[in-house]
Design a binder for this molecule. Structure first.
Ligand SMILES: O=c1ccn([C@@H]2O[C@H](COP(=O)(O)O)[C@@H](O)[C@H]2O)c(=O)[nH]1
Length: 599
């Protein structure tokens, strides 16, 4: 772990059930390879994960079984270790490559920008040569311009110990927001292709391994499942999933399951399968059995599952990588303190517009003040921001260079349409927050790219709120802030049981998937968009306003405006607002002005 990381707190654990074939899985790490430096439950770093994989491999292979390591993309954007360097990602890719990974795929974040996908092609794909799979992604070669596969389409390999014959694929969901130097083929079309049809007809196969940046419950996985089952009704299929930032497990049939392993290095997914055939012979049981576990990414869990301790757990390579992360963080100045947050601000642990909601803070304090600079004096402005633009909570205490990127990694600027009726803007807000389904019907599905949700992935994936009987809101604070740095949000509150608050996952297999037994954390739905009135006189309802918005929402605004009867061509009639200023810049400016640290 990193020197400043909090020590993990002991907690009751469920054991791993090792099997004939075992897997470790990460997804949506978004640059968090240093682990969480303010949350003990997720405080292990990539070096610790390397030690964990190495120690488990020794143990598993010693028992005559096999271990494979999988990563399903979105490794980039969302943490200073990736975003703070110039060019972005140079330190991260040097750290990432030290883990032995057997199947690795791309997420959508690897394809938003030209330089990110080119870096995948030129660095990450060669770093994981033969293991990086891109079943449905092509890229225009950075030098020749020729359209070529980002990486090989599939791989066939045999496990080291038992000779289990595996045909593996690597997909990305039907993503359309990529920069035009890459082409993402729809999964449903890819699986009709000749190479895929040939690959699934391979007679010498014991398991189909379908990894991808695709939700566990999704139309894309359903299509792949049905396509394989059409010709191979009895070969087990193991899917590995990502994108929704949640822990999830889907059962397609008794021999086909999907595991999704959360986000931001909070979770190491574990799977085991028993009863597979091998190159040496038929399977010993009529049906294979599958077991899943979501491991909290901390050393307490790692020591327990390897049956080792701090003196014998860490491997040389693991230690080296932890040091490399520390050195990179120091070079990048990620611990530089810009201010001190006086309290925790939550994305979904309190209902909006609670005073401890990060969205209330943005609306009433940050945007209302910082957008004043560029706003016109002729009339007030209304600023619209999508809630998905914020990626993480803010914890009481130092607000560092790293915090800045964890909460706001996107580089979108703002745009403005001048002089529109205020009541139309309110109607648009209502449509954006309550009628988004209607907007999709206005979209031309053939010519226009499908829109990414305005809210963040966790909000989209989870439809139900979790409101513990007493969520502590009445006592005026959510969780007490104890511990060495005074910033440990996942500690027991005075209203709760002995258990640490954390993941309490419910999936297709039940509610016993998490390795650590936790008390639940409240989860509230957030609006898709929030708005801030930027005006010298907020007591008066304005008649006309300038509409300022973060670029990401423009396609939604254009559709909602049509619906609201506002005749504006957002592409032609909008202008850049405060050139080169991003949401990240505004937040940082506000923090520096308001959150001085007490010395
Ligand atoms: O420029 C951007 C890009 C994305 N978002 C938000 O993020 C999600 C997608 O997140 P994943 O990590 O790819 O799942 C998108 O739906 C938006 O809510 C953004 O705000 N700005």
């Amino acid at each position: 772990a990193q020197p400043s990381a909090p020590a993990p707190i002991s907690a009751p654990l469920r054991d791993l059930h090792f099997g004939q074939l075992n897997f470790l899985h990460t997804t949506d790490t978004h640059g968090w390879l240093a682990g969480h430096l303010q949350e003990p439950s997720y405080s292990a770093d990539w070096g610790d994960y390397i030690s964990f994989a190495e120690r488990l491999r020794e143990k598993i292979e010693g028992n005559g079984q096999d271990l494979l390591v999988i990563d399903t993309g979105d490794r980039v954007e969302g943490n200073g270790l990736y975003d703070s360097s110039e060019p972005k990602g140079v330190y991260l890719s040097e750290i990432l490559r030290h883990q032995h990974i057997d199947v690795i795929t791309s997420g959508n974040h690897e394809l938003y920008k030209q330089n990110t996908s080119e870096s995948e092609f030129l660095h990450t794909v060669p770093d994981f040569k033969g293991k990086y799979l891109a079943s449905n992604i092509d890229i225009h070669h950075p030098e020749t311009g020729e359209l070529v596969p980002l990486a090989q389409r599939f791989r066939k390999f045999t496990t080291k110990v038992q000779g289990i014959r595996i045909v593996a694929f690597g997909f990305l969901f039907d993503f359309t927001g990529n920069y035009n130097n890459t082409v993402v083929q729809r999964v449903e079309d890819t699986i009709k292709g000749e190479w895929f049809q040939e690959a699934i007809r391979d007679k010498e196969v014991d398991l189909f391994l379908v990894a991808g940046h695709v939700p566990a419950h999704s139309t894309e996985w359903r299509a792949v499942y049905e396509e394989i089952r059409r010709t191979r009704w009895d070969i087990p299929i193991q899917f590995f999933s990502g994108h929704q930032h949640i822990r999830d497990y889907a059962k397609y049939d008794s021999q086909a399951v999907a595991l999704a392993s959360g986000r931001f290095m909070e979770t190491i997914g574990f799977m085991s399968i028993d009863g597979l055939s091998t190159e040496k012979g038929l399977r010993k049981q009529s049906q294979p059995t599958f077991k899943r576990r979501y491991i909290d990414n901390n050393l307490f869990s790692f020591y327990h599952h390897t049956n080792l301790n701090e003196t014998n757990f860490h491997t040389e390579k693991g230690r080296k990588v932890s040091k490399q992360i520390n050195k990179s963080r120091t070079t990048l100045g990620l611990d530089r303190v810009h201010g001190c947050a006086p309290k925790d601000l939550w994305m979904s642990r309190v209902p909006y517009p609670h005073p401890d909601s990060v969205y209330t803070w943005l609306e009433t304090e940050v945007l209302a003040e910082t957008l004043q600079d560029g706003a016109s004096v002729e009339r007030p402005s209304v600023a619209i921001l999508n809630s998905g633009a914020i990626r993480f909570d803010i914890f009481k205490g130092p607000f560092t260079q790293d915090t800045m990127w964890t909460i706001s990694p996107f580089t979108n600027g703002f745009r403005r349409v001048k002089d529109v009726p205020y009541e139309k803007v309110q109607l648009i807000m209502e449509i954006l927050n309550k009628q988004t389904k209607v907007l999709f019907t206005l979209q031309d599905a053939v010519t226009e790219p499908s829109l990414l949700p305005l809210a963040g992935p966790e909000q989209v994936a989870r439809s139900e709120e979790i409101v513990p009987e007493d969520d502590g809101l009445l006592e005026g604070g959510l969780f007490s802030n104890k511990g060495p740095s005074g910033q440990m949000p996942l500690v027991p509150s005075d209203f709760d049981s002995e258990l640490l608050p954390g993941y309490t996952t419910k999936d297709d297999e039940g509610d016993d998937g998490d390795d650590t037994i936790h008390a639940p954390i409240s989860f509230y739905k957030t609006p898709n968009c929030i708005q801030a009135l930027v005006s010298a006189d907020k007591s008066r309802v304005p008649e006309r306003v300038d509409l300022v918005y973060i670029e990401f929402v423009q396609p939604y605004l254009a559709l909602a405006a049509k619906f609201a009867g506002l005749d504006v061509d957002f592409v032609k009639e909008s202008e850049v607002f405060m050139p080169s200023v991003t949401l990240t810049d505004l937040i940082l400016k506000w923090v520096k002005n308001h959150w001085q640290c007490e010395s």
